[in-house]
Design a protein around this ligand. Structure first.
Ligand SMILES: Cc1cc2nc3c(=O)[nH]c(=O)nc-3n(C[C@H](O)[C@H](O)[C@H](O)COP(=O)(O)OP(=O)(O)OC[C@H]3O[C@@H](n4cnc5c(N)ncnc54)[C@H](O)[C@@H]3O)c2cc1C
Length: 492
């Protein structure tokens, strides 16, 4: 299996990643990206160590492969799959949203449903070959499946200017040439390949944009415009413990006539085919099962910070604070319970893929827009101004002129100044830094805008049952039923 050293080496491939108006030389050494590449490398090392239980034997080659890239076939597989996802989520405490298992899960589900890609061009074979490539080379695939935010009132065909959203500029014998942009690939700058598609509904007039393909990040003509990096703003690991490790980067992709060979095309000018790839294959369910495992891990970590802060400040026995910690426990447990329920209600589909239960999975996702801000809000309340009553940097803690003031005025019973500041700086990086702000947007939007995600919850809930209960109840009485005393008085 791939090691960290191999992953880091492979990143020097001439990819065009732009920051501050210039392409970066090497993402593995550039200060904006080196920290997250180190973290991703650690994930690969964890998977490569058989002791972590993340491997499974490949049916074709007999070699060990990453279990996250193989669709579960039964309850035992799904339990092991979940445990593997947990190994990676634990390593980043849930702060790396698009670790390689996220899109890896989508690709695994695609491959378990090749029939969803069937057309006269053998696109289904392309999907199977892509899955093999990901499996055998332990690839990190990121994705960009949302059109640029130009106007949501219309779709690509109606936008001013040709090819704003990436689309087919030219069809050739050996492949297609694509032009345009796609909105955001988290981790794209440090991935191996990017799956490019569109999950937002398109219309028949958008056929040129109804495509799905994979592209190496270093492809000729592909540019990645990254938003402001946070890792470079982190003055030290002590001051910004999360920003300095887990800034995944998000990038706008721009395709200047990029050639995509047919082998890398999965959906071609097929509007219904776009939805089939995500929903008929179960890819959306498996990918989001991973996402909720990661999300629950992060919520537990936030709850842990809250509990520790309350203890350090000596407020953890006050009834009002216990109530807040209890609410946090409830919020985290809701997501953990939904994961258990999704696992418990998983079932084998017609292709033998053991899919997590959609109802409970989408229930948790549907609440994410309320639940995550509430968790952050409670943590913000519990830390009070302590996150601002911290020195500008670790230097005040080590400088002999300032350390004594810090020890005297910025400490708490049973905890040194250094440990107190360390805890509150961590809390700030979780709730208040620029990295924290990006995470709030991430949790609100990563699986779609709240109205979209609640739509999934709506469609995957069997409303027939509650409707039937209401119908039966309404049918159990009528105008001729028993009346109470006040009604008797009225009628008398
Ligand atoms: C930090 C971050 C990381 C991301 N990473 C990735 C990634 O790795 N890959 C990827 O493909 N995408 C990624 N995304 C994009 C993400 O999938 C989208 O943000 C999400 O799907 C919502 O789409 P949008 O941002 O275009 O919002 P829009 O669709 O423009 O919606 C914005 C707001 O407008 C309103 N609105 C819009 N349309 C409607 C409507 N029809 N009805 C009611 N209200 C409406 C809603 O209030 C909505 O909240 C990321 C986003 C963020 C913030």
């Amino acid at each position: 299996m791939r090691t960290s050293a191999e992953y880091l080496k492979s990143l020097s491939d001439g990819r065009t990643v732009i920051v501050d108006g210039k392409p970066v030389d090497d993402v593995a050494t550039h200060p904006a990206f080196a920290p997250v590449t180190r973290t991703v490398g650690e994930l690969f090392d964890l998977a490569a160590d058989p002791a972590n239980g993340m491997q499974v034997t490949d049916e074709v080659t007999g070699n060990p492969v990453n279990r996250m890239y193989v669709a579960p076939r039964n309850a035992e597989d799904l339990a092991a799959w979940r445990a593997s996802a947990q190994v990676w989520a634990d390593h980043t405490n849930g702060w790396v949203g698009r670790s390689p298992d996220h899109v890896g899960a989508f690709v695994a589900a695609f491959a378990s449903h090749p029939e969803a890609f069937a057309d006269e061009r053998s696109l289904a074979d392309n999907v199977l070959a892509f899955h093999r490539r990901v499996l055998e080379n332990d690839l990190y695939v990121s994705y960009a499946i949302i059109p640029p935010q130009v106007s949501r009132a219309t779709t690509a065909h109606a936008w001013e200017g040709d090819f704003i959203q990436v689309g087919v500029k030219e069809e050739r014998k050996d492949g297609i040439v694509v032009r345009g942009a796609q909105m955001l690939a988290t981790g794209g700058a440090v991935a191996d390949e990017i799956l490019v598609s569109c999950i937002k509904p398109l219309t028949p007039e958008d056929t040129d944009f109804a495509i799905s393909f994979t592209v190496p990040v270093a492809a000729d003509g592909l540019k990645l415009y990254c938003r402001r990096p946070y890792a470079t703003e982190a003055t030290s690991e002590f001051d910004y413990p999360l920003s300095s490790r887990y800034d995944e980067t998000d990038a706008l992709l721009v395709f200047d006539d990029v050639f995509i060979p047919w082998e890398d095309v999965f959906v071609y000018k097929d509007v219904p085919g776009l939805r089939k790839q995500f929903f008929d294959t179960g890819a959306h369910v498996l990918g989001n099962f991973q996402a909720q495992i990661r999300f629950a891990t992060k919520l537990r970590f936030l709850a842990g910070i809250a509990r520790k802060v309350a203890a350090v400040n000596g407020v953890d026995k006050f009834p009002g604070v216990v109530e807040k910690l209890g609410e946090l426990a409830s919020l985290v447990s809701v997501v953990e319970s939904a994961l258990h329920a999704a696992q418990f209600t998983a079932a084998t589909d017609e292709q033998g893929f053991f899919r997590p239960g959609a109802q409970s999975l989408y229930a948790a996702m549907g609440l994410q827009a309320e639940l995550h801000p509430r968790v952050i809000g409670i943590l913000r309340e519990l830390v009070g101004g302590g996150v601002l009553q911290v020195p500008s940097s670790v230097l005040e803690l080590v400088n002999t002129d300032t350390a004594a003031d810090m020890e005297r005025y910025v400490s708490s019973p049973g905890i040194s100044s250094v440990d107190r500041v360390k805890l509150f700086k961590l809390a700030w990086d979780a709730i208040g830094s620029e990295f924290a702000g990006r995470h709030q947007s991430y949790e609100l939007f990563y699986s779609g805008a709240p109205f979209v995600v609640k739509g999934y919850a709506f469609r995957n809930y069997d409303y027939n049952k509650p409707l039937q209960a209401v119908e039966e109840f309404l049918a159990s009485y009528g105008v001729d039923g028993p009346v109470g005393s006040s009604a008797e008085e009225v009628s008398a």
